[in-house]
Design a protein around this ligand. Sequence first.
Ligand code: SF4
Ligand code: SF4
Length: 390
Amino acid sequence: MTLNGVNPVSDSLPNGVKVSVVRCSDYSQGNVDKAVRQALALIGGIGGIIKRGHRVLVKPNMLSARNPERAVTTHPNLLRAVVEMLKEVGADPLIGDSPGGVNRDIAKFWEVCGYKEVSEITGAPLVNLERNLEEVEVPQGRVYKRLHLPQIALEVDALISLPKLKTHNLTLYTGAVKNLLGLIPGLGKSEFHKRCPQPGEFGEAVVDILAAVKPKLSIMDGVVAMEGNGPVSDDLRKIGLILASTDAVALDTTVQTIIGLKPFDVPTTAAAVKRGLGIGDLGRIEVVGERLEEVIVDDFRLPSNAVVRSIPKSILKLIARRVMVKPTVDKGKCSQCQSCLENCPVKAISLKDDYPRVDHRGCILCLCCYELCPQNAIQLRRSLLAKLWM
Ligand code: SF4
Ligand code: SF4
């Protein structure tokens, strides 16, 4: 059987890796705990990865200050399950992430996303990844030869990535590898977009982070996913899965197969595989737990731009601006906070009659404004041609 054009031959797995796929029907703490334990047991147990006394940085996806039901961020009950397991094996877990944007109140993010409560219950401290940066060399760096990363991420014995299963209009999907962008402090993320406006080069830049700091373990929150035009859409989709692997790229490859994307459709996966930083060949991934064929979501809605990417580049050059989605401001929802103006890396947003207005000729479609608008007032509008086409 071929899955999304990939042949899952797993009888011989030269240098293969395991990805566990476990059902989890809801976010009740009992069910999440059980699923996380099972997912880790299937890949050899947490004891094979983390040892007593290890300091471990656990990094959820804290993209914006939205409550867990919005499915924009990693659910706090997954974070709690992982932190408690780490404590059981005698490790010393810390919780850290840096959301995008400038001039924001990080304490509010911790609270709204539910991570402050996890910290209070488990005793694992919340760490601010925006302080104490260290410049490091990036092995085989393609876009960045050197990066400024949080010292704590470089010092700990292990980094654990807890991504959320979501679509993303720029990279099509945001998973275990892209979750590492949160290690770049605040506005630095916008600089990534500014320097690398095209998805391919942006993928290479994110993979530079992977090359500098490889997570020892990734556990994905795929209980309630986001489909459509993520990463902050209202299109939630119950998938009911938790997945785990020691290889972030193999985990992403497996999830992409489940939602109908080929591994090389996603720039972070393609770049990581090219550099040998993980496995993107389903034939070398041993899927354990649920059978892959049984968890495929045939009708998962991909972002509008997924269709655009399938158009040959020569044609795309001529029509791209007519078919791509465009961020626009819904004045009825806008509170005029100007956060979008401050966070646009290419200054494509200006004020007109006291409301922000996007200059679509300058916009690089990074979606920073869309991700960071506190009122959900930035909408992704499709052109007429795109509506007819998609
Ligand atoms: S669109 Fe959103 S971020 Fe921009 S000014 Fe309005 S509320 Fe603020
Ligand atoms: S307008 Fe929005 S999507 Fe376009 S470049 Fe600026 S922040 Fe990015």
